[in-house]
Design a protein around this ligand. Structure first.
Ligand code: BG6
Length: 498
């Protein structure tokens, strides 16, 4: 997100920078971070002087690291002959250092390796923690001890990028925030929720606040309910160790979906500066009462057949403890207790092992009052604004329209803005946008500590109850719509999932 307004063009951040990837041999580094850096490089959006230094436990030479890094680089921004050349130039700035996360000595040696690469120039540093949270603190302290981290506000700057899980409830999250603050001040801490870097999510505030038409109808008088759906037709894919201790509410709902909800429901910020946007989000999150257990449905995928292939159930996955009650699906109804939203249910659901891969927001409007078209309508209908985050990014407004012909017959039509057809441009990956913001020092798309606390407050009590009471998730076949009870939950609020 860029504060300078409608015509802001990203510019190459100033000053030399070292980008240290802690956990450089892992999936996140390979699939997302390094390809995003290459994409920025191709668009001339990395400083002239930069180096990418990978740090991890595996033994690897620089050459092997470069080989690994190449696997996922794409020529999206550099088609044709220039791509190979750009790749070579980029990889020549990638280095690898092997060490142990819990060994201050490894970080001392890392410093010895890094300083000659940086030369004598004061160099800014990004520390991307692509590592398990259990070693965040060790690594942060060792970085500090090794003299690699400057203070907040200092020049050259040091910034830490961390990825969820940020704790597993309000108190563990607070503890992590407190501990990490020993090393990185809040203004040096970039907590990623990668959904905030997605194109359509970044458009939510534009849609709401740059278009007058939505303003008068964006409230309880006109909106009957809001639905946010997240579906994946994948299993936990070898991540059972992490997922089982965590579950879908912490994995997707408490962060990605709650952030979407906040952007849909918050008030207009005073400006587009990070502080103002995050202030409004915090205010909104604090207006959401804790979710009640009776407003939550949990499910777990069982064996099923999806796209003609037999898929194992969650309990059969390697690493899942026998009898685990970890939900792979959850639906919940939230409320926003303020003047704009009182009485409007926000229905949110997320599931793995479902029959689709998509993320979608639906603003469901109230029925049009009066009887004027009762004879021409064959079912009760209402307007809907559908915002498709992925795949096939789109904004669709479902309206009532006269079906062409001599008869007066009404039907639903769609005013359809499909990104693919409307904009012939590459849609950047969320990580490209977020990494550029880190380099530019723009924190608006990152989660501030009070925002994180407010988000945990909403879900912590229900998560504790689900676990203490070992609430049994309803099984659903892999490739199905999800547990049947989810429909019942929506029904209790006078609606159905759309
Ligand atoms: C991550 C979750 O945050 O988001 C994963 O931990 C999930 O479980 C992933 O698969 C989905 O991200 P995307 O960008 O592919 O929708």
């Amino acid at each position: 997100m860029h504060a300078e307004g409608a015509s802001h063009k990203p510019k190459c951040p100033e000053g030399p920078v070292s980008i240290l990837i802690l956990g450089a041999s892992g999936d996140l580094a390979k699939r997302k971070i390094i390809p995003a850096l290459f994409a920025l490089y191709c668009q001339n959006l990395l400083p002239e002087k930069f180096q990418v230094v990978g740090f991890a436990r595996s033994r690897m030479s620089d050459e092997e690291f470069r080989g690994m890094a190449t696997e996922n680089l794409t020529c999206r921004y550099a088609p044709g002959n220039s791509c190979g050349e750009l790749m070579e130039q980029f990889l020549a700035r990638c280095f690898y250092f092997q060490g142990q996360y819990n060994s201050p000595e490894s970080f001392r040696l890392l410093r010895e390796r890094l300083l000659p690469l940086e030369g004598n120039e004061p160099t800014n540093r990004v520390f991307y923690m692509a590592i398990p949270p259990s070693v965040f603190l060790d690594v942060a302290r060792s970085l500090k001890q090794a003299g690699l981290v400057t203070d907040g506000g200092a020049s050259p700057w040091s910034r830490a990028v961390i990825e969820k899980p940020f704790g597993s409830d309000r108190s563990s999250s607070d503890e992590m925030v407190r501990n990490m603050a020993e090393v990185f001040e809040e203004n040096q801490t970039y907590r990623i929720d990668h959904y905030l870097g997605k194109e359509v999510i970044q458009n939510l505030l534009v849609l709401r606040f740059a278009n007058l038409i939505f303003d008068p109808i964006w409230n309880r008088a006109h909106i009957e309910n809001v639905q946010i759906s997240w579906k994946e037709d994948l299993s936990v894919e070898g991540r059972a160790g992490y997922f089982d201790g965590y579950g879908i509410i912490r994995d997707v709902i408490q962060n990605h979906l709650l952030q979407i909800l906040a952007l849909i429901a918050m008030e207009e910020p005073v400006s587009l500066h990070a502080k103002d946007i995050r202030d409004e989000k915090v205010k909104l999150l604090r207006s959401i009462p804790q979710v009640e257990l009776r407003h939550v449905v949990v499910g777990q995928y069982a064996e099923g057949v999806w796209k003609g292939v037999r898929k194992a159930g969650y309990l059969e996955e390697e690493g899942v403890p026998k009898g685990s009650v970890t939900p792979t699906y959850a639906a919940a109804v939230l409320h926003v207790a303020n003047r704009r939203w009182e009485g409007v249910p926000f229905l949110i659901r997320a599931g793995k092992g479902l029959n689709d891969r998509m993320t979608e927001i639906r603003i469901v409007f109230r029925e049009t009052p009066g009887k004027l078209y009762d004879d021409a309508l064959h079912e009760p209908v209402r307007n809907e604004l559908v915002i498709r985050v992925q795949p096939d990014e789109a904004i669709v407004f479902r309206i009532m329209n006269k079906t062409p012909g001599l008869e007066m017959k009404l039907g639903i039509s769609e005013l359809n803005l499909r990104y693919q057809a409307a904009y012939r441009v590459e849609i950047p990956d969320a990580y490209e946008c977020l990494l550029l913001d880190v380099l530019e020092g723009d924190e608006s798309l990152f989660i501030r500590s009070d925002e994180l606390a407010a988000a945990w407050d909403i879900f912590t009590p229900v998560l504790h109850r689900l676990e203490e009471e070992r609430v049994q998730p309803e099984p659903y076949a892999f490739g199905a719509e999800g547990p049947l009870a989810a429909a019942g939950l929506a029904g209790r609020f006078g609606t159905g999932w759309r």
